[in-house]
Unconditional design. Structure first.
Length: 88
């Protein structure tokens, strides 16, 4: 359960950061927009996998939980880079 709580905390942090970046994208250059579009499929994967993990009717495997954490960490880094570029 601790890992599920960690993933849910990561979800909320990523969602907040994603929303902030999305607001700034309309002023961004093409390079930043391209990076955003590359990150979006990972966001969809993260949300889908987290939904399976949080589904009380299904038992999530350690492999699924690990894969979800990896995707979340990749998104965290992508959003960090985007935030830095947008803050320039």
């Amino acid at each position: 359960m601790a890992l599920e709580n960690e993933l849910n905390a990561l979800l909320h942090a990523l969602q907040k950061q994603r929303d902030e970046i999305e607001l700034q994208l309309h002023l961004a250059g093409m390079d930043v927009k391209d990076q955003w579009h590359k990150a979006e499929p990972k966001w969809a994967q993260f949300i889908d996998k987290l939904g399976v993990i949080n589904d009380e009717n299904q038992e999530a495997s350690a492999e699924l939980i690990h894969a979800t954490k990896v995707i979340g960490d990749e998104l965290k880094e992508a959003y960090k880079r985007l935030s830095e570029q947008l803050g320039e």
